[in-house]
Design a protein around this ligand. Structure first.
Ligand code: GP9
Ligand code: MN
Length: 692
């Protein structure tokens, strides 16, 4: 082995010597000036773009995107060698202009949107026109012209080469092929090198494609743009086949659906302001937990006890997590089977709550102090009908007021109050969504959450028979413990928000809706540790211990419930102040709330919980489902009787059919844009009727 290494070392040294002696580098540069100019100008443009957009030195000189850009340019450039020398310049110039244009467009776009461009935006023609005007008027800056220097440099080099009769050289076909292959294999090697530097986070973000800054930072602008084209085309390809069948099934599905049913809650909140709070990763099982005499979520617990509290409520998210919960909340549709609706299908027609509220004369808005393109919200909010989106750009975010992903919830709420006050003064009635951020996985910014003692304190009798108190860390330092601390912080923030809103008179005529967007994605192992922790020894019970009781998968699935609360200041003690224990899903919110606010979506998938009551079924994107009595695991084909009662196979079959039809119709509505198609069909029908 040692001998082999020495041999290899000597070989490399002699190769370097040969390269030096024969001036091979110099010769290579001389023979490949055009190709090298092309590679260098394109990589330089991409680097300059990162410099102008993301600013920090770490970002614009980062190794990964430079390696990515170089490898792509070497691959593209290698094919130039297939052409005769006199035709090569045209090839390189074409690509140099193309790549410089990509940089320029993104540079302009970034100034305007603090994000990178996407070809999927082209489908929003109306949106693009406004952007276009604004670009010409306000955004085009001198710095955006710098990218032209790339093609200009190439032209200058070309003119010089022409003078030196560089292009007169004759190259036979086989020689050209050889040069192409050599360069291509270097390019492939560089691509491989780049791929091995990627982390799993890089890969997963690349697949999702919505965290555009991150992708440009790791993959460079050119790979970002290529991936963007691919992900933008994917939904178009998906919707190419199967339209007729989809439309037929859709019409059949809704054929026998009942019309709007009224009940005693119809219009009870008509014309009231509505404030919706998206409580990040908030689970309902926190409400009944306390440590050393302190509740984890005292404020939420109080709010729930004063309002309408739906304690058997599930979120129905897929890989789109927060964005999926917003989709289902707003449209009563399920997340798509592939991709995410917010990213891949944002340009579809949706029957969405904000649109209905607009129609009812409300001013609609969203507040979320994160990057506006996170989950492609900026675009999707247009489709859902929100009139205004207050994002990171509208908040003062500093290092001091940041926790975890961004602006802390306490600060977010504090800075939002004056904004809501202004909205309230200017508008007759308003409907707003506030999206919280701090209580987000991995819950690791623990020092910033504030004090919350998770240790266990127990009195034991020691060997001498004397009673003594022992303290063990229990959940301190564990992921579940960190989640509890983080949720405690979020609850405090909510408490402060309610106080501030009240002091500003903003609760007097307002309905507050709180929903947990999804569970905290904490592993079952963590709950098992908590459930089987022996406070007398400070260790987890052994599996063999008679007192050990596994926290099983069904406990885990049923424990993923999130809160859903409807609250008004004067509800306490009235007949609206109640706990609803019937199983309910996020897709039931639109029907239930719509009935109270005065709108109805005939293509909703869920139900008004006050109509369906105990007959409800909550279907999950993976085909699992839950009723008041059964949790069904579709992957395993197993079920669990929640009340221990016998379950008929017939019921399981019936619910499985229901779940698969519902998921299919929901997916088709989005993928094939069926609501738009239906509207078009109806218009044609109306016009032909008017004509006859
Ligand atoms: C991001 C926030 C979190 O802005 O809403 O999204 P999530 O990771 O929960 O989907
Ligand atoms: Mn979330």
């Amino acid at each position: 082995m040692k001998r082999k290494i020495i041999k290899l070392k000597n070989k490399i040294i002699s190769e370097i010597k040969r390269i030096k002696k024969d001036h091979l580098i110099k010769k290579y540069i001389k023979n490949n000036v055009l190709f090298l100019t092309f590679v260098i100008t394109c990589v330089a443009n991409s680097t300059i773009l990162r410099f102008f957009t993301m600013h920090t030195l770490e970002n614009y000189l980062a190794f990964k995107p430079i390696l990515a850009d170089v490898s792509i340019m070497v691959v593209v450039g290698s094919f130039g060698y297939l052409l005769k020398p006199k035709n090569r310049f045209g090839y390189y110039l074409f690509f140099d202009i193309l790549f410089s244009t990509i940089c320029m467009i993104n540079s302009i776009y970034y100034t305007f949107y603090t994000s990178f461009a996407s070809v999927s935006m082209l489908s929003l023609t109306q949106y693009i026109t406004t952007v276009g005007d604004a670009v010409v008027e306000n955004v085009l800056q001198i710095k955006d012209l710098i990218y032209i220097l790339g093609p200009i440099s190439l032209i200058i080099v070309h003119l010089k080469l022409k003078k030196n009769s560089y292009y007169k050289k004759v190259e036979v076909k086989s020689e050209r092929k050889k040069r192409t292959l050599k360069t291509l294999s270097v390019g492939a090697g560089l691509v491989l090198l780049f791929v091995v530097t990627l982390s799993s986070l890089d890969i997963s973000r690349f697949a999702k494609q919505w965290n555009r800054e991150y992708i440009v930072m790791r993959f460079g602008i050119f790979i970002y743009q290529a991936n963007d084209i691919f992900t933008s085309l994917q939904p178009k390809i998906n919707s190419l086949f199967g339209y007729d069948n989809a439309m037929k099934n859709f019409k059949e599905y809704y054929k026998d659906k009942e019309d709007r049913q009224t009940n005693k809650y119809t219009d009870i909140f008509k014309d009231k302001n509505v404030l919706v709070i998206h409580a990040e990763s908030m689970q309902v099982n926190l409400f009944n937990k306390s440590f050393n005499g302190v509740d984890i979520t005292p404020n939420l617990k109080r709010i729930a006890s004063e309002g309408m509290f739906f304690s058997n409520f599930y979120s129905q998210v897929s890989v789109g997590t927060s964005s999926d919960s917003e989709l289902t909340y707003n449209t009563s549709l399920m997340p798509t089977q592939s991709g995410t609706a917010f990213v891949s299908y944002f340009d579809r027609k949706f029957n969405a709550t904000p649109q209905y509220m607009n129609d009812l004369g409300y001013y609609t808005f969203v507040m979320h102090a994160n990057n506006a393109d996170f989950w492609n919200r900026r675009s999707m909010y247009n489709s859902l009908g929100y009139k205004k989106f207050y994002s990171k750009e509208n908040y003062n975010v500093t290092e001091d007021n940041t926790i975890g992903l961004g602006l802390s919830d306490k600060e977010f709420f504090k800075q939002s109050i004056p904004k809501i006050k202004k909205i309230d003064e200017k508008n007759d009635k308003w409907y707003g969504l506030m999206i919280m951020l701090t209580n987000h996985t991995p819950f690791s910014d623990v020092e910033k959450y504030g004090e919350f003692d998770l240790s266990s304190k127990t009195t034991i009798t020691n060997e001498e028979g004397i009673e003594e108190e022992v303290t063990y860390p229990f959940l301190e330092g564990r992921k579940l413990g960190n989640y509890y601390k983080s949720a405690h912080y979020a609850d405090q923030a909510l408490g402060e928000l309610f106080t501030e809103l009240d002091q500003n008179g903003l609760l007097d005529n307002t309905v507050v809706i709180i929903y947990g967007d999804h569970d905290a994605r904490i592993s079952r192992k963590e709950y098992d540790y908590e459930a089987n922790y022996d406070k007398t020894t400070g260790t987890k019970l052994d599996k063999e211990d008679p007192n050990y009781k596994e926290y099983d998968t069904y406990q885990y699935e049923l424990g993923r419930k999130v809160p859903f609360i409807i609250w008004t200041k004067d509800m306490k003690g009235t007949n609206l102040n109640m706990e609803v224990t019937d199983v309910m899903g996020m897709y039931d919110v639109m029907p239930t709330l719509g009935n109270m606010l005065g709108f109805y979506n005939e293509y909703q998938l869920g139900h008004d919980i006050f109509n369906i009551k105990s007959d409800n079924i909550v279907v999950f994107p993976n085909s699992n489902w839950v009723t008041n009595d059964i949790y069904y695991n579709s992957q395993k084909g197993e079920y669990y009787s929640i009340n221990g009662e016998a379950i008929s196979e017939e019921k399981i079959k019936e619910n499985n059919t229901y779940a698969s039809k519902l998921l299919n119709v929901s997916n088709n509505i989005i993928v094939f844009d069926l609501l738009k198609k239906l509207q078009e069909e109806n218009e044609v029908f109306k016009n032909s009727n008017e004509g006859s």
